[in-house]
Write a protein that binds this ligand. Structure first.
Ligand SMILES: Cc1ncc(C[n+]2csc(CCOP(=O)(O)OP(=O)(O)O)c2C)c(N)n1
Ligand SMILES: [Mg+2]
Length: 339
């Protein structure tokens, strides 16, 4: 078991993720948040355990279900909520929204909306780490459905061939949108796909932050020793629908209830109490501190300014095209038209 401080910290982080997302659902209902919104509720232990095991300068590149990963990487919750509200003070200046949370200073390279398309980026980052001998690791996080995408094969194969320091963290929540895993995957124990690339693969209890921490730590050590990539399969479950637009007709209530019994937060709390690592009073104090942080995040997001209209074209292109210049040129030629 971990020490008291770590146990409490993990508890707080998991509660922070859950409350953050509950506030997101509220914000969505009030139309303060637009676009797509994919909640991570139920999967908190994966992010908190795995990301705690990395060093601060290890890279993370993740999918669109990214709020939990960003919070576990300690991005500022005010900036995250503001990003969801589309505000200038957001971590991606309000241009990214829910699916594109990022903070380069934290080596958190973003959520990506295209299923499986971000895995090759982690391979590229790892190639750099190997080339420079930096001892850093790149971790990419994705879902079970993404492992049926071509980018998965190309990335695992290339990382294996070059023995690159990549942790492929697969969050197997048993569904890809409304499609159950047995309908879209030839096998359901997805870590076994590692065999096809001659790399190490492991299944982990994704409802247990400690199991996630230990497995990720072992994986990172392997990577740093130059033994090549690792495929970790976190067995987990999302308690909410795929996105806010999901009526959830495809799974029955008994199944959801079965997994709710394995709630990572309730179980971790019980474990801390059983092992004498925390008192009810200490836990209540943490819950209250999270509530305060969330109220502040919502207030900050709500009161922050929208991006100014004349910055519409900023941050669209990286160099060598000067930020926004191409867009401005297009607008001048064809007003109202911006690609
Ligand atoms: C290339 C691509 N194809 C299809 C989609 C539409 N889409 C969005 S999420 C999703 C399911 C992905 O499921 P999974 O990888 O298991 O992640 P989860 O949502 O369960 O976390 C699909 C098909 C997309 N975003 N990108
Ligand atoms: Mg899934």
């Amino acid at each position: 078991m971990v020490d008291k401080q770590t146990a409490l910290d993990w508890y707080r982080q998991m509660v922070l993720i859950r409350r953050f997302e509950e506030k997101c659902a509220e914000g969505y209902a009030y139309a303060k948040i637009g676009g797509f919104l994919h909640l991570y509720i139920g999967q908190e232990a994966v992010a908190v355990g795995a990301i705690s095991a990395l060093n601060e300068d290890d890279d993370i590149v993740t999918h669109y279900r990214d709020h939990g990963h960003a919070i576990a990487r300690r991005l500022d919750t005010n900036a995250l909520m503001a990003e969801l509200y589309g505000k200038e003070t957001g971590c991606s200046k309000g241009r990214g929204g829910s699916m594109h949370l990022a903070d380069a200073s934290k080596h958190f390279w973003g959520g990506y909306a295209l299923v499986g398309a971000h895995l090759p980026m982690a391979v590229g980052m790892a190639m750099r780490h190997q080339y420079t001998g930096s001892q850093q690791v790149a971790m990419t996080i994705f879902g079970d459905g993404s492992s049926n995408n071509g980018g998965f094969h190309e990335s695992l194969n290339m990382a294996a061939v070059f023995k690159l320091p990549v942790i492929f963290l697969l969050e197997n929540n048993l569904y890809s949108m409304g499609v159950a895993i047995h309908r879209d995957s030839a096998i359901e124990d997805l870590h076994k796909r590692a065999i096809g690339y001659g790399i190490h693969g492991e299944a982990v209890d994704g409802m247990d932050p400690l199991a996630m921490y230990e497995a990720t730590q072992r994986a990172a050590e392997r990577c740093r020793r130059g033994e090549g990539p690792v495929l970790l399969e976190a067995k987990t479950y999302r308690f909410r629908g795929h996105s806010m637009a999901d009526p959830e007709y495809y799974r029955d209530k008994e199944e959801v209830e079965f997994w709710r019994q394995r709630d990572p937060i309730a179980n971790w709390k019980q474990r801390m109490l059983d092992e004498g690592l925390a008192t009810e009073a200490e836990i209540t104090a943490l819950d209250e501190s999270v509530e305060r942080e969330m109220e502040e995040a919502v207030r900050f997001a709500d009161e922050s300014p929208d991006p100014a209209l004349d910055t519409l074209c900023d941050f669209l292109y990286a160099t060598p095209v000067e930020n926004g210049d191409l867009c401005r040129q297009q607008q001048a030629e064809k007003p109202g038209y911006a690609r």
